[in-house]
Ligand binder design. Structure first.
Ligand SMILES: Nc1nc2c(ncn2[C@@H]2O[C@H](COP(=O)(O)OP(=O)(O)OP(=O)(O)O)[C@@H](O)[C@H]2O)c(=O)[nH]1
Ligand SMILES: [Mg+2]
Length: 309
């Protein structure tokens, strides 16, 4: 069961309560009960996924976006997937270094996740974490993820827009073409536009986008290092429709909530050594029930399970 005291502190705007709840979600604790008890967010956040291969400048660009957004007033939270080993700790410090913020600025919150973003389990945790930040009231949520792995498809679903960062390449081999990442991008940024080859990269991207069917994907040139193009980028991002408002969360979210709730019921039944559950597990282990029969029987056992409170 979620810790009521912690939830109450969260509701009062306690950032440490937010941090603790985020840690619980990052560990994979059930999000359903927490989010349900907190109720719906007072207003939708603008959730933006900033994606692109390692070293393309995601953290640097996010740092500049934070400055830009804070300068105009809205609050910003960042979820940064750490592409390095959780043991190194290097990327965490690095991200904080590249996202300089005033320590006393209550309008900024940065959380690094010690796991590779391409891992689909991480994306699963990112979604409830973003929802929690939304309930805390952040106006903008930026999610840094590397690559275009399976997990990033899920990031695409949880974000209002995907910002794809590409950098001027040497040679003709456009890696991003293979990954099909251009298709999921709502905005394409030619990053490190201070480097040679930015013109060519932009022309190539525009040509490729022109071939794909219909939607007008903005292509912008930015140098996160110098800050050139950041204001234009934010103007574009702030003007995009909120996708999640257009397509409200549907059956998938309900399924996830049901799974979380079921897992919680199950954990309680296990912890009190519910004899009906033990018997069911035994029958299943002995092959007296197949998976489907056991799953159906599980519902009944949990319905009759001891009270959770
Ligand atoms: N020339 C140039 N270098 C940049 C620019 N933006 C970032 N860099 C440099 O590129 C390197 C990587 O930047 P990061 O912001 O860490 O890139 P990242 O995409 O977050 O990297 P990972 O999180 O490791 O995937 C750093 O050395 C930056 O200083 C830019 O606009 N121009
Ligand atoms: Mg980074």
């Amino acid at each position: 069961m979620p810790d009521e005291v912690l939830l109450e502190r969260f509701r009062r705007g306690d950032r440490r309560a937010l941090a603790r709840l985020l840690s619980q979600l990052a560990r994979g604790e059930p999000a359903g009960p927490i989010l349900t008890q907190l109720g719906p967010a007072a207003k939708p956040s603008r959730v933006l996924a900033v994606t692109g291969s390692g070293g393309v400048g995601k953290s640097t660009l996010i740092g500049k976006l934070i400055e830009q957004v804070r300068g105009q007033g809205p609050s910003v939270a960042v979820l940064a997937c750490d592409p390095q080993s959780p043991l190194s700790g290097g990327a965490l410090l690095g991200d904080r270094f590249r996202m300089p913020t005033r320590p006393d600025d209550e309008g900024v919150f940065i959380r690094s996740l010690a796991a590779p973003s391409g891992h689909s389990a991480v994306a699963e945790h990112l979604e409830p974490m973003a929802r929690l930040l939304e309930r805390f009231g952040f106006d903008v949520i930026l999610i840094e993820t590397a690559g275009a792995g399976q997990g990033d498809t899920a990031v695409h679903e949880l974000a209002d827009a995907v910002v794809l960062l590409l950098q001027p390449e040497t040679g003709d081999d456009l890696q991003w073409e293979k990954a099909g990442v251009l298709e999921v991008a709502d905005v394409v940024v030619i990053q490190k536009a201070d480097l040679p080859g930015a013109d060519r990269a932009e022309a190539q991207v525009r040509a490729m986008l022109g071939l794909s069917n219909g939607k007008e994907t903005p292509v912008l040139r930015v140098s996160a290092k110098s800050g050139a193009g950041i204001d234009e980028l934010w103007k574009t991002l702030a003007g995009l429709p909120l996708r999640r408002k257009v397509h409200p969360p549907g059956g998938r979210e309900l399924l996830r909530l049901a799974q979380d709730t079921l897992a919680e019921h199950l954990a309680v039944a296990e912890s009190v050594h519910d004899p009906a559950l033990a018997q069911l597990v035994e029958q299943w282990q002995q092959g007296k029930l197949d998976n489907e029969q056991a799953a159906a029987a599980l519902w009944q056992v949990l319905e009759g399970a001891p009270s959770r409170s």
